[in-house]
Every structure is written in structure tokens, then in C-alpha cells.
Design a protein around this ligand. Structure first.
Ligand SMILES: Cc1ncc(COP(=O)(O)O)c(C=O)c1O
Length: 459
């Protein structure tokens, strides 16, 4: 036995199974003013619950429009959460030392779930409601493969079939994500596929996009009464389900005896960002805290930093309701950057509204600087981050540097929403100096925005 005495410096803050939250936090109830409603794609009138019934079960539609500050988590969903929740909160002491910063850096790690990210927090809740409604099969899209794996896993637990349209570039870059979905019993198509009309119409976009894959899955769900559609981000009920992350993090920061000055997460459609930040944001809206919030996105798909705030479709073909959001245009096909989960033309209306109100500050980063941050993190802390949360780590390093320059012990909390163990080809490209830094140009923006649907202007 070693005689060495371990230091009392705590690295992990862990909760127990009974500490899994009993309710989800609905930020809608605390937001000032009326949120602009989604619009029916045909009539351009506010879309009501009935407009959503062809593709969603009523249980989820009611959560989507709920004005209650909290929504109870069904017991069978909490039972499944026990497989990986509560998730740990880490103090990144080794990263702090490597950065030589006085900042205290914490991260909430969601990569310990069976599919390796935060996505099953909502997949399980969505599959449960569909199973309750007697639905036999779910259709979905997946960008990075994380969401598809999460839905495949959750469908297996509740006995539903799962059919996934995987964005072409990710399908080629991440063959083992497909294997994972198939291991859980799902059927996976490379999108654009030839099994849907939407896919055949977009065949020239060979690398695909989330917008195209969504059109394919929505088409199949709308045409089959026993099949529903399931979305892994953007919608209010998805962000609602993810608030288990922030609620646990609040309790864990209290265990650490610290209050975050800034909370940071990446944004693809907004679900891990909303999930981590909304319980903290609610305290700010109630005047109980003064926290900053940073949303990190790729410079190649800069929705929050360069997009326009307007009504737009959620998918490429124009099958979904029009949503009030920052958008790069529904037919914008982002370059095939490795953060596949961040290649989306729009973002959650809730998160966009918070950016519009100045409560959330957006930041955009290029691929190489993002992977540089990811590798620095991995070499200090061990975990290899998914390319998506690597954008959050890039923002964390900038904040930690600023703390050093100001000589202040600032507290930073960020979301490490998934591991990158299936993203090693991207790491290979970065380490070999072969990673490109595609830039989003004004011409890209002008082309993309030329096709915005006609709809009332948003202020
Ligand atoms: C690991 C990971 N992080 C982030 C995202 C982006 O989605 P969201 O903004 O909804 O969290 C994805 C999406 O697939 C993902 O797989």
C-alpha cells in the first residue's frame, strides 16, 4: 500500500439516484412578454396543437405549449434515467493548471450515457409519450449520429421501431455511429436517400444537411398513421427535457460552494445549451443571480452571430411550421464541418429569443481553433470531447485567459455534452494539419436569405 496521502482537492461532485430531478424546468413561464407563435406553413396563421397531431403525440404537444413553470417527469422515464443519471460535475483542475488561470472551471459531463451524449435525456421522454399514445414507429434525422443513436437506444427500451435519416457527410465520416444505431435495432438511411420524395428532390446535395434529413423523416411520419416524427433539438419540449442537466448542475455547484459567473454551452439547435442554462437563467430572470451566458457555434454555420431574426421553416423542403428564429435560410447547406450536430440553419426559438433580448451572448469559432481547444482539454482532463462541445471549450479558454489578464478568480461552468470517441477521424485530420476552415461569406448569406418564406416581420 502506498503511504501517499491524497489531497483534499475535490475533482468530482456526484449526486445519488434519488437526486434525479422529479420535474423539468419550463423557462417559458418566466420569460417576459409574449413569445411569437409558430405559424402554419400554408395559412401562415398561428399553428395550434391540432396542426401538430399528424407527427407528434398529444403528451408532447401539451409539453410544447405548456405555460406551467415545471412539468412532472413520468416515473418510467426517471427509471430509465437511472441508467446514467445523475451525471457527474467535474472541477477541471488540470485544465486550470495547464491554462495557468486563476479561473475555477467546472464541467457537467453528459458523455456517460449509453449513446455518449445528452440526447437520451429527451429521447427517452419522447419515446415514452409515443409509446403511451400507441405509436409503433418513430422516424428521425441525425446529424452527428448522436441523436439517432439516442433515439435508437430509447426505442429499443420501450419496444418501438426506429428509422433514421443520417446526414450524408456524417454517414461517411462516422460509420460506427451507424453500427451503433443498427446494434440497437434501428434502420439507417444515408440522406439524401431515394426512399422519400424529399430526398430524391435534393439528390444533388450529396453531403446532405440536417434540413434535408428532417424533410425526409417528417414526410414518412406524416404519411403513416402508426409512425410519428421525433426531433432531437430546437423545439420547446426537447429543451424542457434537457433541463435535468442544469438542475443537477445547480445542486452540484452548491456542493462545490461556488456560483458560476459565466455558463457556456455549444448550440446546434439549442438543446444542451437550454438544458444546462435554463435553470440558471430562471434565477437571473427572477432577480436571484447575475450570471452571463455564452452560446458557442461554428463560424461555418453562424446562425446566432450572422443569421437574421425571421420566421423560417425548420426543414429544407418546407414541411414544418414556420418558427421565429435566427436563420441562415432553410435551404442553406452548411459545409461538411466535423461538428455535424451544429450544422443547422436555424436554432431553438426560445434560445433565439434570449439572444435577441441580450440575455445570451453568441460566439462563433472556426474548426482549427476549436480542435486546438479540444486537444488541450483532452491532454489535461483525459476525456476526448465531441466536436460540438469543443466549441464551448474554445469559449471557456478565452474566458479563462480573460480571468488571468484581469487577475480575477472567475467561476466558469460549461457543458461537456458528449464524448468524441466516434469522431477520431476528425481528430486525425486536425492532427495531420488537414482540417479546413470554411468561411461563411456575405454571398452565402445573401443566397440563403433570398428564399425566406413570406411571413410577418419579427421585431
Ligand atoms: C454531442 C452533441 N452536442 C451538441 C449537439 C447539438 O445539438 P443541441 O444544440 O441541440 O445540443 C449535438 C447534436 O447532434 C451533439 O450530438
Amino acid at each position: 500500500m502506498s503511504e501517499t496521502v491524497m489531497s483534499e482537492e475535490r475533482v468530482k461532485f456526484v449526486l445519488d439516484e434519488p437526486d434525479i430531478p422529479t420535474h423539468w424546468v419550463n423557462l417559458m413561464a418566466d420569460l417576459p412578454g409574449e413569445a411569437p407563435p409558430p405559424l402554419h406553413p400554408g395559412t401562415k396563421q398561428p399553428a395550434g396543437p391540432d396542426d401538430l397531431t399528424p407527427i407528434f403525440p398529444m403528451g408532447l404537444i401539451l409539453q410544447e405549449v405548456s405555460a406551467e413553470p415545471e412539468v412532472e417527469i413520468p416515473e418510467p422515464v426517471r427509471e430509465v434515467y437511472k441508467l446514467w443519471r445523475p451525471t457527474p460535475l467535474y472541477r477541471a483542475r488540470r485544465l486550470e493548471r495547464a491554462l495557468d488561470t486563476p479561473a475555477h472551471i467546472y464541467y457537467k459531463y453528459e458523455g456517460g450515457s449509453p449513446p455518449g451524449s445528452h440526447k437520451p435525456n429527451t429521447a427517452v421522454a419522447q419515446v415514452y409519450e409515443n409509446a403511451q399514445a400507441g405509436i409503433r414507429k418513430l422516424a428521425t434525422e441525425t446529424g452527428a449520429g448522436q441523436w439517432g443513436s439516442a433515439l435508437a437506444f430509447a426505442c429499443r427500451l420501450f419496444g418501438l421501431e426506429c428509422e433514421v435519416w443520417m446526414v450524408g457527410s456524417s454517414y461517411d465520416q462516422k460509420p460506427y455511429r451507424r453500427s451503433m444505431m443498427e446494434a440497437w435495432g434501428a434502420t439507417v438511411h444515408r440522406s439524401p436517400s431515394d426512399v422519400t420524395e424529399s430526398g430524391r428532390a435534393q439528390a444533388e446535395h450529396t453531403t446532405g444537411s440536417l434540413g434535408i434529413a428532417i424533410s425526409e423523416a417528417v414526410e414518412v411520419a406524416a404519411q403513416n398513421p402508426d409512425t410519428n416524427y421525433s426531433l432531437g433539438s430546437v423545439l420547446n419540449h426537447v429543451l424542457l427535457h434537457q433541463t435535468v442537466i442544469g438542475q443537477e448542475a445547480l445542486a452540484q455547484m452548491a456542493m462545490a460552494g461556488e456560483e458560476p459567473d459565466v455558463v457556456i454551452a455549444c448550440v446546434g439547435g439549442g438543446s444542451n445549451f437550454g438544458g444546462l442554462t435554463f435553470p440558471f437563467l430562471r434565477r437571473v430572470l427572477r432577480g436571484q443571480a447575475k450570471t452571463r451566458f455564452l452560446a458557442a457555434e461554428p463560424a461555418a454555420c453562424p446562425t446566432l452571430t450572422r443569421g437574421v431574426y425571421a420566421y423560417d421553416f425548420g426543414d429544407t423542403v418546407g414541411l414544418t411550421p414556420l418558427m421565429p428564429m435566427y436563420t441562415l435560410g432553410h435551404d442553406f447547406v452548411p459545409p461538411p464541418v466535423h461538428a455535424g450536430g451544429l450544422r443547422y440553419h436555424g436554432d431553438s426559438p426560445l434560445v433565439c429569443g434570449l439572444v435577441k433580448q441580450g440575455l445570451v451572448e453568441p460566439r462563433a469559432y472556426r474548426q482549427n481553433e476549436t480542435f486546438d481547444a479540444a486537444v488541450r482539454f483532452a491532454r489535461a482532463e483525459g476525456i476526448i470531447p465531441a466536436p460540438e462541445p469543443a466549441h464551448a471549450i474554445r469559449a471557456v479558454i478565452t474566458e479563462a485567459d480573460a480571468a488571468r489578464e484581469a487577475g480575477e478568480e472567475r467561476v466558469i461552468l460549461f457543458g461537456l455534452c458528449g464524448h468524441g470517441n466516434f469522431d477520431l477521424s476528425a481528430y486525425d485530420a486536425y492532427l495531420a494539419g488537414k482540417l479546413e476552415d470554411p468561411e461563411f461569406s456575405q454571398a452565402d448569406l445573401d443566397t440563403a436569405l433570398a428564399h425566406l418564406p413570406e411571413a410577418p416581420a419579427l421585431v
